[in-house]
Ligand binder design. Structure first.
Ligand SMILES: [Zn+2]
Length: 629
């Protein structure tokens, strides 16, 4: 209660100190804004009633209780025009220094020459400075305030300067900022800090991918608003989603492209109301746009940031059947599908190619008649793998046999290297049907990149590998973007431990193309009877093993496929399983004879480590050195 009261007092105080702005932004625009034929196909006086969804967006900028407005939008919906109305309002009603940031110098030049200067000349001519030098590209010195123009990638144009207003226009097209700047949004907040509750930041963009700026800011905003429009039949306000747009499917024997054209030309698309089932046509949609209203998903106290999501379904310049035609024509074309999602539906694009449900592993669980951790008779090699973390090691031991069949033997988390060794390379696993015992042929261990108080993890893993040369193999992931020559490559590298100048040790490092082996692993998990789990798996195991999905993304003209982790889910065991697949190649599992011949080829013990002279290590020499450290 008390907090509520304080907030209300603070709010009324802010209203009291705010300059006396009698008009809202939309009222100002209706009164003063003139559009030339250059700026708009509908030249003349601006009418907010034409695009009523812009009213609340614009008026948010005159609201002293709102600092930041995030607009995730479809293309060509008049949002940029609305932003210029806001600028005109600031200039005449509530002036203060403003920084307007565009994606590039080129786009900034176009915006200033073709949009901002004409807006000022036509709508607020009394603000035009007497000297033309005061209307340059980088700075417009107007009568009542200064407007700075910046673009991403140009530190000079974004120089430290306190501003009250900051507009980030087409945010997802901004170039990557250099590290210390912390991104365009952080920059906008830093520049406006001194104006505290009188500042305004606008972020406008059509979205690209989920991890790009506008979608991140949108999803972080508590007060997200969507435009609800009444159904023409039952008048019930609804969020018009693309999923409820109906159009005839492609008739058999007809080309998708021809069908798409027909849907557009004959206006065959309808929007089906979820409340009454009525099919609304384009004319009904146009009427619905005029009667729509913004609703928030958030009903708590007012947040200081609001976000608007604007799709082509509430854009009067779009057409339902033309949208359907565009969607139909994008079939089988990832680039076109992404463009449709981004530009029309204002949604971030994510095409999942592969995703493994956690329940999949439960289905792959096989009861082991021989007992837990017993190697099946068909298997001929045991492989251990581990993922290096700051606080310990996730590990897994699996049996492998012909046709890449694999059975889980044991898995867990080791607090230190001694425990990891005991659970993996020093462990022995009973083989079913009196087949004796098998030790893991080797342990593949990620050499990591993390540094702890005890020194770099890479260094510790290297030292660990020297204690059992050839059986403890450090790995390093490669091939995030470009595929390696071979999916697993052996490298011998010289290793000089910290604090030593002589006696370089030789390390056998395996470079693992992680993306490739993720594909391989997903493929094996998807196949029948290849990847087998046992009864030891837990919910955590299943969650970690389904922590990544493969998606297609597009940025500019670049289309790429990549594995990405779900936010907030540990993916260590997935990485460990990926190393198992690399290990299977290293152990030449593909050369294994088919069942029946297995008994004769089974290797009971691993080969002894090779003794090396002339400055290189032997196991005994090295152990003493390790223990000293
Ligand atoms: Zn209805």
């Amino acid at each position: 209660m008390r907090h509520d009261l304080e907030e209300r007092l603070a709010s009324s105080w802010r209203r009291a100190v705010a300059p006396p702005a009698q008009l809202t932004v939309s009222e100002w625009a209706d009164k003063h804004r003139r559009l030339s034929s250059k700026e708009s196909s509908e030249a003349g006086r601006w009418r907010t009633a034409r695009t009523p969804y812009l009213r609340q967006i614009m008026d948010a900028f005159g609201d002293p209780d709102i600092d930041e407005v995030i607009i995730r939008k479809c293309s060509q919906a008049g949002v940029s025009e609305a932003a210029r109305n806001v600028l005109g309002y600031w200039i005449t009603q509530d002036p203060g220094p403003c920084l307007w940031v565009m994606p590039s110098e080129q786009t900034a030049r176009e915006a200033v020459d073709e949009r901002i200067r004409p807006m000022i000349r036509h709508s607020i001519p009394h603000e035009v400075p007497t000297s033309p030098r005061d209307m340059s590209l980088a700075i417009l010195r107007l009568r009542s305030m200064e407007l700075y123009i910046g673009w991403s990638g140009s530190p000079a144009s974004l120089a430290t300067r306190a501003v009250r207003y900051c507009v980030l226009d087409e945010l997802d097209k901004f170039r990557q900022f250099s590290g210390h700047e912390g991104g365009p949004v952080a920059l906008a907040r830093a520049r406006t800090r001194t104006f505290a509750h009188r500042r305004k930041i606008i972020m406008i963009s059509t979205p690209t991918t989920r991890d790009a700026q506008i979608s991140r800011e949108y999803e972080l905003c508590a007060d997200r608003r969507e435009y609800f429009m009444p159904c023409g039949a039952c008048k019930e306000p609804q969020l018009w989603t693309w999923e409820r747009v109906r159009y005839p499917s492609v008739p058999q024997g007809e080309r998708a492209g021809n069908h798409a054209e027909r849907v557009g030309a004959e206006q065959l698309a309808r929007w089906e109301c979820p409340a009454c089932g009525a099919e609304n046509d384009e004319a009904q949609r146009q009427r619905a746009i005029l009667r729509g209203e913004w609703r928030s998903c958030y009903d708590g106290r007012q947040a200081r940031r609001v976000a608007f999501q604007l799709t082509a379904l509430s854009n009067p310049w779009a057409n339902l059947s033309e949208l359907a035609a565009k969607w139909l024509a994008s079939d089988n074309n990832v680039g076109a599908q992404q463009e449709f999602e981004n530009q029309e539906l204002a949604r971030p694009f994510e095409q999942r190619i592969t995703q493994i449900e956690s329940s999949e592993y439960r289905r792959k669980r096989l009861a082991n008649d021989e007992g837990a951790g017993v190697v099946p008779a068909w298997a001929s090699v045991v492989i251990a793998s581990a993922d290096t973390q700051r606080d310990g090691y996730w590990w897994m031991v699996r049996a492998w046999g012909p046709d890449f069949r694999s059975r889980l033997l044991d898995w867990g988390f080791a607090d230190d290297l001694a425990e990891l060794r005991a659970q993996t390379v020093d462990n022995r696993f009973t083989v079913a049907e009196g087949g004796g015992e098998l030790a893991p042929r080797f342990l593949l261990i990620d050499s990591g990149g993390t540094t702890t108080e005890g020194g770099s993890m890479t260094d510790q893993v290297y030292r660990f590998s020297l204690t059992d040369w050839g059986r403890i193999i450090p790995t390093k992931g490669t091939g995030a973007d470009r595929p390696a020559a071979a999916p697993i490559q052996q490298r011998r590298i010289k290793y000089t431990p910290p604090g030593m100048t002589k006696a370089p040790y030789e390390i056998q490092l395996s470079l693992v193309d992680v993306n490739y082996y993720k594909d391989v692993l997903a493929h094996r998990i998807g196949a029948d009877d290849v990847w087998q789990e046992d009864e030891s798996i837990t919910d955590d195991y299943c969650a970690q093993m389904s922590s990544e999905r493969k998606i297609v993304t597009r940025r500019g003209s670049k289309v790429r496929q990549r594995w990405v982790a779900f936010a907030g889910v540990a993916n260590h065991l997935w990485d460990v399983a990926v190393l198992q697949c690399a290990g299977a190649d290293l152990a030449a599992v593909q050369l294994m004879p088919t069942r029946g011949d297995v008994q004769t080829t089974r290797q009971q013990t691993p080969p002894p480590p090779r003794r090396r002279d002339g400055g290189f290590i032997s196991r005994r020499d090295d152990r003493s050195w390790i223990q000293r450290r």
